[in-house]
Design a binder for this molecule. Sequence first.
Ligand code: PGA
Length: 258
Amino acid sequence: MRTPIIAGNWKMNTSIDEAVALVKQMKDALDKISGAEKVLCPPFVSLVSVRELIGGTSIKLGAQNMYFQDKGAYTGEVSPLMLAPLCQYVILGHSERRQYFGETDEIVNKKILSALNHGLSPIVCVGENLKQNEAGKTTEIVTGQIRRGFADVPSIDNVVVAYEPIWAIGTGKPATGAGANQVIGLIRSTMAELYGEEAASQLRIQYGGSVTAANIAEFISQPHIDGGLVGGASLKADEFVAIVAKAAEIKSSLRKPV
Ligand code: PGA
């Protein structure tokens, strides 16, 4: 049984005051929802404040990135040693990191290894761009990112993967549920080749890209899809709560024996 996981990726939005206000708006409602794991990923500077606010609730905290070295002369970077006492999750290899900050699969690989070594659960993002999609290269791109990203990673027990087609991120043009399920099924079978059927069947894989309260049902009702990585819609308290509530409700109704 895979517990669905919905993570809000706030990206480079919210001041500390705005982050605090946003958490206050959604905290009680989110806390009450059972049957789905809830993760907030605010900017680094708000992690401490958000952590304090969600203490004692069922809401978990994630960072949006980290460097793979523990410490040293890496001006401007944030290390896993700094994050591990603060949060449980860290988003790694988001397409915006790959696109604007030159992150390669090799860098993502080092980050995954480092996060796991420090007890952080990585949410590893993969996905093809529009050109690759139109050229029919989705399978090749996504499985390549998985194979290189997970090279020498001993176990995927504490890993979450997010399939985020780049053409669907922030565009208001999500993938279809069936289309996302197909690619996510493929990620699962690639993981089965690398880690065995059992580990792959336990792995949680999210869909991300223009997820809203209006379309989450289409994704979460798919057999391979275990949640969402939500950008824009996670900045609106009511919308994010509605996404999490629907995901929890639909997944648990699908599980009930008929
Ligand atoms: P979006 O972003 O929901 O705004 O499309 C998703 C993401 O990039 O994680």
